[in-house]
Ligand binder design. Structure first.
Ligand SMILES: Cc1cc2nc3c(=O)[nH]c(=O)nc-3n(C[C@H](O)[C@H](O)[C@H](O)COP(=O)(O)OP(=O)(O)OC[C@H]3O[C@@H](n4cnc5c(N)ncnc54)[C@H](O)[C@@H]3O)c2cc1C
Length: 307
């Protein structure tokens, strides 16, 4: 099919940063965004639940084969497009662009706003879907507009303030970004095709220096090189970081079955090479119980669990 290719049975352990997960039914690569109109019929014919897939840096998937069909985007251009509105510079990136590449492009032009996101892996689409954030910067608040596709409304260019962003979550017209995986009846799904950010002109060195500082802070406190899915749990509140609660509840460094809560940051569950979803699930359950017992607080997952 022109603009779309299909790969049967991708292994999620090879497609996710944490290196866990069985096979999905298929992976559909959208090579030309104009072909997205063909996706609904193709996905129906392939069966399974459609889920949008970025770089897999926030996903923990079950060990067994899963009835999922991944939809991922192939980049057509390497660089973002630049424009202007009033005082702001508009930067339009394809959803498949790696977030670090977008930050590099912004820094090279001396455009400020994204600096706090330095060190966050993944794609631009994934950052929008998750409203990725760090050091007080959140993706949703930097957006000017979005190009979206859903079977119910087709391809659409919308102002970003029509989307709803909350803590590590985003939705548009009542649909969560990514897909309604979870066993419900809703077969609708919402794909981010491109995102336009509104940034401000600053000195190139100023932007680079701020990015370097954010990255250094992250690197010193988080296991960036380990196989992980980022922070497992959301912070119950800004003054109750999940990492601190987990540490106090005795989970820092705790491991079993090839998985371990990092000794650097207790909210990062790392795969030591031979981990399994079963071990990850058991450790996550133990962590929730430990924090509930110590603090009476129920931790909520930040990672997307596909099980
Ligand atoms: C070491 C490390 C550090 C991290 N630090 C941070 C941090 O500081 N802050 C933070 O917020 N996150 C952090 N993360 C988590 C992760 O990097 C972000 O959530 C990232 O934005 C996910 O992007 P992705 O492309 O990998 O998405 P994926 O993991 O592929 O997908 C995540 C979700 O987004 C949906 N999705 C992906 N692409 C699209 C699309 N084009 N359209 C619609 N939905 C889509 C998926 O369906 C899924 O629900 C970290 C992860 C790691 C491994």
């Amino acid at each position: 099919m022109k603009g779309i290719s299909v790969k049967p049975g991708p292994r999620l352990s090879e497609r996710t940063g944490i290196g866990l997960g069985g096979r999905a039914l298929a992976e559909v690569h959208l090579e030309d965004v104009q072909a997205c109109e063909k996706l609904p019929a193709l996905l129906s014919s392939l069966g399974g639940t459609p889920v949008m897939f970025g770089a897999g840096s926030n996903i923990i998937a079950a060990d067994e084969d899963l009835p999922l069909t991944l939809v991922s985007l192939r980049p057509s251009r390497k660089e973002p497009l630049f424009g202007k509105t009033g005082e702001k510079i508009l930067v339009r990136a394809e959803a498949s662009m790696p977030l670090p590449a977008l930050l590099r492009a912004a820094a090279a032009r001396g455009l400020g706003g994204l600096e706090g996101l330095a060190g966050i892996p993944g794609s631009v689409g994934g950052a929008v879907a998750m409203n990725a954030g760090s050091f007080g910067t959140e993706t949703g608040s930097l957006l000017h507009s979005l190009t979206l596709f859903s079977p119910s409304f087709g391809m659409l260019e919308t102002e970003a303030d029509k989307a709803v962003f909350s803590y590590r979550n985003g939705s548009f017209a009542g649909l969560p970004f990514g897909g309604a995986y979870g066993g419900g009846q809703n077969r609708d799904w919402l794909l981010v095709l491109a995102a336009t950010f509104a940034l401000v002109e600053r000195g190139r060195e100023e932007v680079r220096e701020k990015m370097r500082a954010c990255y250094a802070r992250k690197k010193s406190s988080q296991p960036l090189a380990a196989k992980s899915a980022g922070c497992v749990f959301k912070n119950p509140s800004p003054d109750q970081p999940a990492g601190y609660l987990l540490e106090q509840a005795g989970m820092k460094g705790k491991g079993a079955g090839g998985m371990r809560f990092s000794t650097l940051h207790a909210n990062f569950l790392t795969n030591e090479g031979n981990g399994s979803y079963a071990a990850a699930r058991d450790l996550m359950e133990e962590a929730v119980a430990a924090v509930e017992k110590t603090y009476g607080l129920l931790l909520e997952k930040e990672v997307r669990v596909w099980a």
